[in-house]
Design a protein. Sequence first.
Length: 351
Amino acid sequence: MKAVQLITVGEPLEVRDVPMPEPDEDQVLVKVSGCGVCHTDIGFWKDGVPTRKGLPLTLGHEVSGVVVDTGSRWKALRDREVIVPAVMPCGECELCRTGRGNICRAQMMPGNDMDGGFAEYLTTPGRGLCVVEDRTGYELHELSVIADAVTTPYQAIHRSGLKAGDLAIVVGVGGVGTYCVQIAAAMGAHVVAIDVDNANLEAVAAHGAGLTINSAETDFKTLRKQVRGQAKDWGVADHSWKIFECSGHAGGQETAYGLLTYASTLMVVGFTLDKVPLRLSNAMAFDATIQGTWGCKPELYPDALAMITGKKITLKPFIETHPMSEAPRLLQGVADHEFRKRVILTPDWDA
């Protein structure tokens, strides 16, 4: 079969012929319908973020497809359409038993711990797969981005305790921030979107953001004043704000931290290798909560999927599909910020 593999960090990915994988008794074989391209893939390929499986490695962790073969434990999944979680916990360790399976130390992540979805097929543990019972209005490959771009902010919002009428501030509204805005609005929150790109802000203004601010064109004191003024106009308290840092940039993290207020919650969703100087005493003085959030527990996937099929949030305006055979060129384009929409790769070698 064909697979797109990382051979050497910093060098172009290669389309290679590799052996067809066979599932063991605890695995299934998935025929890939689509695999989204995430900036984590760019980090592994271009920035030298270490992978847990050695090279060569097939990248890709936003996968949807059809189960075409199974090990003995998962025969009931044969022929089912599924979304493969980007984080697959063991289900047995103390972290899993106490509800923190998303950070299970034995977790498996496609395109990191094991070969991923930039391929015609992949083998994956059968545990935790999200079976697609209904995909009204969507092709299966389009749902691949649920595996990270949608479920990562969904878990962050779920864990933040956001409720209807709250103020949700999303910093960085390209990528996962796009869906963070939509999910928060669908849950009844008043949403402020902050970004450095006017096109990103315009897109989310049409999908749930009640106030948009370009932080590259607004000094921080003015930005904070705008947020406070809008909160007052909405009748929202000046405390207990929910802030979601989705940019994965140092500037975004500084902005998000600077917006802390009394009893507020800051969820750190984006990732950067940059270091940010912060006065941690602000968290003490405001009695605020700062929490990281990694991936999403598989048990939350069905609810996230239901938000899409129930038309509470939408994928269509924010995704575009390309042939997987062109992956080396496309990943360079993603790294160079040529695409405003999430790129989904679909295997095309047998077309």
